[in-house]
Ligand binder design. Structure first.
Ligand code: GTP
Length: 598
């Protein structure tokens, strides 16, 4: 049996995964202390700034056990901490035999802790619970112990208490991993079977594929094949992360590392796919491969029309690195040429927008995000609609289906009533079950339309629970629903990019709020501007922007704008520019008004 242990760390956001990994790197001497950058693993700028892990980075360290004096190779697969990326967590867990369950002593067990623990149990992983941040004055170790005990049935005496920051208990944790997590099994002499659990695009080297080898071996010159699409490649390099990329002669059963094989874009190295030998392939791939589907869609338009081509190139470059991003050309009468983009969730959308701004200096206009609907027409045709502007006319529709998720919220019991009210009365949710999770925790399970939780749900939940509740969700399928399209007319002109899809029961109140919000966001003009919401061929809400007196107008459009314009360079021009629709100027933020009305 090889002295290898493959593990992952599961934790709720900010419970200390990255800090713990850093400390392990330091203790095992993988990185000299003076070279140690704060949080080595979260290397992407945006991840660093937001303090969140988006992509997993595998890592190999060596640790000499104080108990048996032997040296062990420990591979750590970091996992993304946000619900948008839960499929990646799942695939990372499929690559290992054990998981550290890390829980912040001041926060206790949270929704993602539970969701990821269940995932780890499904993968039959050995779970090593550890309570982190015991150095904090508000650490509540005893209660956290009870919560963990309740979650996985491990007695509190067996739960490690550590401080990743101070390094307390981290060596004991490594000993525990060696003792409890089984060494990888697998047949080194068998046919190659490896799992892709992540892939990164490198400007110079192409796609770097992170793999876990289950059977067989892979080395330079081998012809390999990806199972899902039958594409074959020749291996140029095999290596491990120490934490820097370090070439090795071969990767064999049980190993975690990377291969480079001239793959041009990450969408060809699909997470969850199986790699085998192209000449001597296995018959069956590994289980659990799923194609990642975007859940949230929005229109994306260049700040100024001239930058359409530049935006296309930037999106193509981003796509090389982000296989979950989907986009295709789109045209909106209001916003001109642009793209319809698909994202895993709102965080993913934000990250893409921010990367476009920072890495490509592109300013983009995003329209309000929405989910993807299935529409059955009276003529028997079935449509997939992810743009409210393209929603078919009500008279032609037989049935509409929308995506549903299972939503789990964990909360201290005192907020239970408010949260149930939020989900059931405001968000069209149905309660499925409640469970106790430890001493002062209740888990609420609901089925809710995805559309209801993509906007402001998280913030509302946090506000209602004074920050204590946490959530997780997973897609469960499409359900028939009573949905209507609400179109917006500004000065009698329909503005397609402002259309929304709403549930019949909420259409009036949403339309009302939306027209009022738009009336606030659109500046006054020299004439009166009616803002109307239309559904089912009728006007259902209206607001009016009063005409402006001339002298005030002069103030608004005087020197101020020209002075400002000078400051805006390149694409920035687009940012503040008002869209001329008909003869009304609509500011950018109006296109996101929906996000503000909930
Ligand atoms: P995500 O990447 O968002 O999932 O977060 P993470 O789980 O990687 O958490 P991270 O390591 O970034 O830690 C979050 C915060 O907690 C940071 O400010 C850390 O400095 C702090 N932290 C982590 N471990 C400890 C600890 O043992 N004690 C104290 N006091 N703070 C800690």
């Amino acid at each position: 049996m090889r002295n290898v242990r493959n593990i992952s760390i599961i934790a709720h956001i900010d419970h200390g995964k990255t800090t713990l990994t850093d400390r392990i790197l330091e203790i095992t001497g993988a990185i000299e202390k003076r070279k140690m950058r704060e949080q080595f693993l979260d290397s992407m700028d945006i991840e660093r700034e937001r303090g969140i892990t988006i992509k997993s980075h595998p890592l190999r360290v060596f640790y000499k056990s104080k108990k048996d004096g032997k040296e062990y190779e420990i591979n750590i697969v970091d996992t993304p901490g946000h619900v948008d990326f839960s499929y990646e967590v799942d695939r990372s867990l499929a690559a290992v035999e054990g998981a550290i369950l890390l829980v912040d002593a001041s926060q206790g067990v949270q929704a993602q802790t539970v969701a990821n623990t269940y995932k780890a149990l499904e993968h039959n992983l050995e779970i090593i619970p550890a309570i982190n941040k015991i150095d904090l004055p508000n650490a509540n170790v005893a209660e956290t112990e009870l919560e963990i005990e309740d979650l996985i049935g491990i007695p509190s005496s067996e739960i490690l208490k550590i401080s990743a920051k101070e390094g307390i208990g981290v060596e004991e944790l490594l000993e525990e991993i060696i003792e409890k997590v089984p060494a990888p099994s697998g047949d080194e002499d068998g046919k190659l079977k490896a799992l892709i659990f992540d892939a990164k695009y490198d400007k110079y080297r192409g796609v770097i594929v992170y793999i876990r080898v289950f059977d067989g071996k892979v080395s330079i010159g081998d012809k390999i094949m990806t199972f899902s699409n039958g594409q074959s490649y020749e291996v140029i390099e095999t290596g491990v992360f120490t934490p820097d990329m370090t070439p090795v002669d071969e990767l064999k059963a049980g190993d975690i590392g990377y291969i480079i094989a001239g793959i041009k874009e990450v969408s060809l190295a699909r997470i969850g796919d199986t790699i085998t030998n192209a000449i001597d392939p296995v018959e069956e791939p590994l289980e659990g491969y799923k194609e990642v589907k975007p859940m949230v869609f929005a229109g994306m338009f260049p700040g100024v029309p001239e930058y359409y081509e530049e935006l296309r190139k930037a999106l193509e470059k981003l796509k090389l690195n982000d296989s979950a991003l989907v986009f295709y050309p789109d045209h909106s009468p209001a916003l001109g040429f642009g793209f319809r983009c698909g994202f895993l969730g709102l965080l993913h959308m934000d990250v893409v927008k921010e990367r476009l701004e920072r890495e490509f200096e592109m300013t983009v206009i995003l329209t309000a995000p929405n989910v993807e609907y299935k529409v059955l027409l009276k003529n028997g045709e079935e449509l997939i609609v992810n743009d409210p502007a393209k929603f078919p006319d009500e008279s032609t529709i037989q049935e509409v289906y929308e995506p549903y998720v299972k939503l789990s919220i964990i909360t201290p019991p005192e907020y239970l009533g408010r949260l149930m009210n939020l989900v059931q009365n405001e968000k069209r949710g149905t309660m499925i079950s409640t469970e106790n999770a430890g001493f002062e925790r209740v888990v609420l399970n609901f089925e809710v339309p995805l559309a209801e939780i993509i906007f402001d749900f998280f913030d509302k939940m946090k506000a209602l629970s004074r920050g204590y509740a946490s959530m997780d969700y997973e897609f469960i399928g499409y359900r028939k629903s009573d949905l209507v399209k609400v179109s917006i007319l500004v000065n009698k002109e329909p503005v397609d990019a402002l259309s929304i899809i709403a549930h019949k029961d909420k259409a009036y109140s949403m339309a009302r709020k939306l027209v009022d919000k738009l009336a606030e966001l659109i500046p006054q003009h020299q004439f009166e501007i009616p803002i109307q919401a239309k559904a089912g061929g009728r006007i259902i809400a209206r607001s009016t922007i009063k005409a402006l007196r001339k002298d005030v107008l002069a103030k608004c459009y005087g020197g101020d704008v020209t002075r400002k314009m000078k400051l805006l360079q390149k694409q920035k021009e687009g940012k503040k520019k008002l869209r001329e629709i008909g003869n009304v100027s609509i500011p950018q933020e109006a296109f996101l008004a929906l996000l503000k009305v909930g």
